[in-house]
Write a protein that binds this ligand. Structure first.
Ligand code: Z5A
Length: 212
């Protein structure tokens, strides 16, 4: 059986990940692909509990504790959902993965990337997304879009400087992994964003057709 593919969607808050994940799912389903959509932190019962804790503005966390919680959640998610789905031939579309840890805990909180890569190796070995769509927009655009919401989570309460550091790491990762990570201009109106997403998905879809 052909292995499923793993697609992650990344970016600072408010850039349109949720809006575009539905669009990606529809493209894959229309192409006859079985797909699950999931998110991080989250995706399993335990990981969803951890998500509540990590996003709750009342939770007091030092950066290392935050990092370990994110990886604890990821460990159950990879083992119980992501790997089994990919092995069954199902495609996985995940709202954030370890690039988010490098950007938020590394860039945002100042945790060393070496430690993050060591934990990543322990938790998911050589499993990295086949394709990462980095929805990128200036911090002011993301913050303005996110501000429309009623309650802000523990990350959304951070200042612009925090998100500038997060965005910088995302852009560095995209430059370092130009094949896996595709930067999408998320500041433009939705139809333009979706056209760039179509282009980024085409090679993966073609490869799959050819291998069938
Ligand atoms: N986190 C971490 O620290 N470390 C980790 O390892 C992981 C995560 C995995 C999870 O939040 C938090 O966990 C995240 C990092 C941390 N915190 N932050 N910030 P999340 O990913 O679930 O939530 P989020 O990042 O805050 O996502 P979001 O705020 O829900 O934003 P979004 O999904 O990217 O945007 P959206 O809801 O699709 O769109 C926002 C609004 O903009 C909405 O009204 C849309 O209609 C509008 N929109 C979207 N696109 C457009 C365009 N192109 N034009 C105009 N308007 C648009």
């Amino acid at each position: 059986m052909t292995r499923g593919r793993f697609i992650s969607v990344e970016g600072i808050e408010g850039v349109g990940k949720s809006s575009n994940i539905e669009y990606i799912r529809d493209i894959l389903v229309d192409a006859g692909i079985e797909v699950i959509v999931t998110r991080e932190p989250g995706g399993t019962e335990l990981a969803e509990h951890i998500r509540e804790l990590v996003l709750d503005p009342q939770t007091k966390l030092v950066p290392l504790a935050e990092l370990l919680l994110v990886f604890a959640a990821r460990s159950t998610h990879v083992t119980q959902r992501i790997r089994p789905a990919i092995e069954r031939g199902v495609w996985v579309v995940c709202d954030r993965f370890t690039d988010a840890t490098l950007a938020y805990q590394g860039g945002g909180r100042g945790v060393s990337p070496e430690l993050i890569y060591r934990l990543a190796a322990a938790v998911h070995g050589d499993l990295w997304p086949d394709l990462t769509l980095l929805l990128d927009a200036p911090v002011a655009v993301g913050m303005e879009r996110a501000a429309q919401r009623s309650a802000l989570d523990r990350f959304e309460l951070e200042q612009a400087a925090f998100f500038e550091r997060v965005r910088e790491v995302y852009l560095e990762l995209a430059a370092a992994h130009p094949v896996r990570i595709r930067r999408i201009d998320a500041a433009q109106p939705l139809p333009g964003v979706q056209a760039e997403i179509d282009n980024a998905l085409t090679p993966l879809l073609k490869q799959t057709k050819n291998s069938c």
